[in-house]
Design a protein around this ligand. Structure first.
Ligand SMILES: Cc1cc2nc3c(=O)[nH]c(=O)nc-3n(C[C@H](O)[C@H](O)[C@H](O)COP(=O)(O)OP(=O)(O)OC[C@H]3O[C@@H](n4cnc5c(N)ncnc54)[C@H](O)[C@@H]3O)c2cc1C
Length: 500
């Protein structure tokens, strides 16, 4: 195969979005994706298949450092993890770009301000056709362009929950969502959070930016192409060759630019596996590749009223940021609260195996299901490592005081709203949904592998554009921030590397 100008490794949020940002530039671009497109089958809307039979999980095991192997909830399809995402496309708050003190330590500043980044958020919202509304959320940062589409409507039990929370003096707000609700429901009356998107209902990496990118005849996608390692030129200053496996054959490519977008964990693993003079992988003179792994501290919270059924189909339309910047008593930040997709008995059974199914069906049928999310802070000892082909995860959770505080205050609030039973349970380690931080950007090459445009300080032609670049996790879902930076980096490449 002739060498393209640019190879993008991975077709998830980072890879697909930067491809769309480079469309029309004239550069020849090849996207190498390890997975295949998701097929439309009845499994896609079956909670039994998805949650109990784990039909979509990869046939791959990772290992906890010093512990047992586990099968991760990390998905390899065209579009990456976004095929399963909850489609919440929310901005970090302005304050997240500055140093922020938390109960568990300090969240560092980004290498640029919210104001500098804001136009890219607006462009990403347009690309993902985000539905939302402004003016409801007390932590909402400045938007130069309003949302182009009205928010996804609350179902009646959720409209009631919104009114109940308002009655407590809180500020529930519509979740910004990349969901075309009519199109989603046409294919099945289910929620979308953690369901695979086999149609056009969710605007994910594939149905949004990748579809746009592939309209450019210079951009191509190859699936089933598993990148194994990168090789540098003899001086070590640039990437000379990409080594990958496709249909059982070992292949190589040598483009001018390499954009690594395999997701925070796999991008770190590819860099760590690649040979280098010092033996600690590529882009790693800072020794930070794989470190500062973050994944949010989060819990599911079920507010149950045995007298009232919750017959919502999708449910996921509300968030609450009253505790985002402070615990409400002048103390430090707690985090974000948002609805989960509507839970059913199969989903509960996947987590609580010992309880009879009819009890779980009753609980699920009478619960409003919330997701509490708190910032995980960067820690060099929280890290992804490799042992041969195996990925080893050493996640050191941080700032758990915030999750305890948020759980306590939300339990009180939901009881005050009239739900006599409020149950909560933290999400387990097998689900690295919001993985980030492992190849972070920063102004100092001694402490960050990437510069503020995601270029590797060590190799001029290597960019890492996925959740790995995020210097902090904040306490909101990451996809929109990854997409906004991907568009910013694409613009930078057009003005520098691709300028005539
Ligand atoms: C169930 C679930 C719900 C979520 N909900 C939300 C939400 O509501 N809002 C939100 O903002 N975020 C959500 N997320 C997280 C969001 O999906 C991720 O933050 C986002 O997809 C990360 O983008 P990325 O580019 O870093 O990686 P990904 O989107 O995962 O893309 C990585 C791509 O690289 C490919 N790849 C990996 N290794 C290789 C290799 N060696 N060779 C070639 N290709 C490779 C993968 O197959 C994949 O396509 C959710 C995630 C999950 C799992």
């Amino acid at each position: 195969m002739a060498n393209p100008d640019i190879v993008i490794i991975g077709s998830g949020i980072g890879g697909a979005t930067i491809a769309s940002g480079l469309a029309g530039s004239g550069a020849s671009i090849l996207i190498l994706e390890r997975g295949e497109p998701l097929p439309a089958t009845p499994h896609a809307r079956s909670t039994r298949s998805i949650f109990l039979d784990e039909h979509y999980r990869p046939k791959e095991m990772w290992r906890e450092a010093g512990g047992a192997p586990f099968n991760p909830g990390n998905y390899y399809y065209v579009g990456g993890n976004s095929k399963f995402f909850g489609a919440v496309l929310i901005r970090y708050r302005k304050e997240d770009f500055s140093e922020l003190e938390h109960f568990g330590g300090v969240s560092p500043a980004w290498p640029f301000s919210y104001d500098e980044f804001e136009p890219w958020y607006s462009k990403a919202e347009q690309l993902f056709r985000v539905r939302g509304t402004l003016g409801e959320d007390p932590t909402e940062p400045f938007h130069s362009i309003p949302y182009a589409f009205k928010p996804v409507p609350d179902e009646p039990p959720i409209a009631r929950a919104r009114a109940e929370l308002k009655g407590l003096g809180l500020h529930p707000a519509s979740l910004p969502l990349g969901v075309d609700i009519e199109s989603w429901l046409k294919e099945g009356k289910t929620g979308w959070d953690a369901f695979p998107n086999t149609g056009q209902g969710k605007i994910d990496a594939q149905t949004g930016p990748l579809a746009e990118a592939l309209m450019d005849p210079n951009i191509r996608l190859e699936t089933g192409a598993h990148v194994d390692w990168l090789e540098t030129a003899p001086d070590g200053k640039s990437i000379a060759t990409i080594h990958y496996t496709q249909d059982g054959a070992q292949k190589t490519l040598s483009p001018k630019l390499v954009i690594l977008s395999a997701g925070a964990i796999n991008s770190a693993a590819i860099l760590l596996r690649s040979p280098s003079a010092k033996g600690r992988g590529l882009a790693n003179s800072s020794d930070q590749v794989g470190r500062n792994f973050m994944n949010h501290n989060s819990s599911a919270m079920l507010a149950i009223d045995p007298r009232r059924r919750n017959d919502s189909v999708y449910q996921k339309t509300l968030m609450l940021n009253d505790y985002y910047l402070s615990d409400g008593k002048g103390g430090k930040p707690l985090g974000n609260v948002q609805l989960l997709g509507k839970i059913d008995g199969n989903m509960l059974k996947a987590n609580v195996k010992t309880m009879p199914k009819f009890v779980l069906d009753f609980m699920a049928g009478h619960a409003v299901d919330w997701y509490l999310m708190c910032e995980d802070l960067p820690d060099p000892e929280s890290r992804i490592m490799v042992d041969g082909k195996e990925i080893v995860m050493q996640w050191r959770r941080s700032n758990m005081q915030s999750l305890e505080g948020l759980t306590k205050v939300m339990r009180e609030n939901l009881r005050a709203c009239g739900y006599p039973i409020v149950l909560s349970r933290p999400f387990d380690k097998r689900t690295p949904s919001h993985q980030c931080g492992t190849v972070r950007m920063g102004n100092d090459p001694a402490t960050a592998p990437l510069d503020p445009f995601c270029r590797a300080y060590d190799h001029r032609n290597l960019f890492v554009v996925d959740g790995g670049f995020l210097p902090t996790s904040a306490a909101v879902n990451p996809a929109l921030s990854i997409a906004a930076q991907a568009l910013r980096v694409a613009d930078y490449l057009r003005k520098t590397e691709l300028a005539a």
